[in-house]
Write a protein that binds this ligand. Structure first.
Ligand SMILES: [Zn+2]
Length: 186
């Protein structure tokens, strides 16, 4: 690793710390020649994920595109950008952990909703309205009903809100909600 100050290639590691829920390692280094200190990040090389869009076309999963969509839907809902970034990290990690390498945009949208529901109710309904293309008030009422009916279950599985790593039961709920939703959408 080249020193950013003198380009010397030898440095010693002063400290290593795991960041982003274990997805990367931050290392504090000291150049052996000029003694300047700098930070490097080591990331796991992710396996590419393919998204199947509603029209059947495919594209590679784009983390920043997903984040932009969520940020837009969550404007003025009080959820911080950092929180949404962490949410996208969780979603990406969950997709990476799956055996599947292809997901429909519907599956990813439902996964976003799963997390948003635990984070902020307004953000949840706003994202649902954009992503499910709500046609009228009836759709909002349905989304709110779902929110109400699921609230008991959410209170029991608040691992996300505590910032803990994703736990298997969440994936269970996820696949079940996909199965239920896929009949309804489009
Ligand atoms: Zn140096």
């Amino acid at each position: 690793m080249q020193c950013p100050y003198c380009q010397h290639t030898n440095s010693r590691v002063l400290e290593s710390r795991s960041t982003e829920a274990g997805h990367s390692i931050r290392r504090r280094r000291e150049c052996l020649r000029c003694k300047h200190r700098f930070t490097t990040y080591e990331r796991i090389e992710f396996v590419p994920i393919t998204v199947i869009k509603r029209d059947g076309s495919k594209e590679s999963f784009d983390r920043s595109k997903l984040l932009r969509g969520i940020v837009r839907a969550c404007e003025k809902t009080g959820v911080s950008y950092q929180r949404l970034e962490a949410l996208v990290d969780e979603i990406e990690a969950q997709l990476q952990q799956s055996q599947e390498r292809e997901f429909t945009s519907n599956e990813i949208g439902e996964l976003v909703l799963k997390y948003l529901r635990q984070e902020n109710e307004v953000a949840y309904v706003r994202f649902a309205s954009v992503y499910r293309k709500f046609q009228g008030i009836k759709d909002f009422v349905e989304a709110l009903d779902r929110l109400k009916n699921d609230s008991i279950q959410i209170n029991n599985s608040d691992s996300w809100s505590k910032g803990e790593a994703f736990s298997p039961p969440v994936l269970d709920c996820f696949s079940r909600s996909i199965a239920a939703e896929s009949i309804k959408s489009d």
